[in-house]
Write a protein that binds this ligand. Structure first.
Ligand code: SF4
Length: 257
């Protein structure tokens, strides 16, 4: 058998490199269902948990606790602030400016600017009946809730969606603001140049491919976020180390180029 195979190969000659690449690519199952890809990511990274406060008012404060913005920086400022005052509108509005600034300096640069922003957040929430932002949001329609959240400092569409999803208000298809490229690569194979198109298309992938439940949408968000921060980074994805390389549309396209 080996002699026959060798003779056939000798007659045909070596396959052209491009044809071999194509053959390898077509052997992949591409693109897989997003659910299967998420299962593979979870098997690889483990179950993910939100590392930020999920109650809307507390999230808005936490979001201003670090700069440049990162979860590590926000967590440092948040811990220092929580040790100094209750995270409630009245307590934050009454906090001494110097103490406030010292706490936020633990989270990085421009602490005075962030003190001002947290005071703005606290002032806005203090005007809501019962100073209860979560309750107010629950009483609104989804578009109204998004609109209200976008009035707070530093909150754009993706931030509003994150608050709504993790605050348990609606299982909307939120996508991490720093990782919409992950979903586009996994399922479509290419990433639009415009950020807003990329975010919108990523939302459509989540909406069409995952169950409309809080648990499923949170799990998707967390896995995509973690993958985008570790292997599938915006500038250069590390496909060779990726657990879903064989089913990824982007990796399949790259293989035939
Ligand atoms: S194979 Fe590459 S592009 Fe595809 S998900 Fe993995 S890291 Fe991202």
């Amino acid at each position: 058998l080996r002699r026959i195979v060798s003779a056939r190969t000798a007659r045909r000659g070596p396959a052209a490199p491009r044809a071999r690449k194509r053959a390898r690519a077509s052997a992949r199952s591409c693109p897989a269902k997003i659910g299967d890809q998420l299962d593979a990511l979870e098997a690889f990274y483990g179950r993910q948990k939100a590392s930020w406060p999920t109650e809307p008012f507390r999230f808005l404060v936490w979001w201003q606790c670090g700069y440049p913005p990162s979860e590590v920086a926000c967590e440092k400022g948040w811990r220092a602030l929580s040790a100094m005052a209750k995270i409630e509108p009245a307590a934050l509005l009454a906090l001494n400016a110097r103490k406030f600034g010292r706490a936020l300096a633990m989270g990085g640069l421009v602490p005075e600017l962030r003190v001002g922003r947290i005071r703005d957040v606290a002032g806005m929430v203090a005007k809501i009946p019962g100073a209860d932002l979560a309750k107010r949001l629950k009483a609104l329609s989804l578009p109204e809730a998004r609109k209200l959240l976008k009035r707070y400092p530093g909150i754009a569409g993706p931030g509003a969606d994150r608050i709504i999803l993790f605050g348990g208000l609606s299982p909307l298809a939120a996508v991490p603001s720093n990782a919409p490229q992950v979903l586009l690569r996994m399922q479509a194979g290419e990433v639009p140049a415009s950020y807003s198109a990329c975010y919108r298309d990523a939302q459509a992938i989540v909406a069409g491919g995952t169950p409309e439940t809080l648990a499923a949408r949170k799990r998707t968000y967390l896995l995509v976020k973690h993958h985008g921060e570790t292997l599938c980074k915006r500038s250069r994805p590390a496909c060779a180390s990726c657990p879903i390389e064989r089913s990824c549309a982007f990796a399949s396209r790259a293989a035939v180029m």
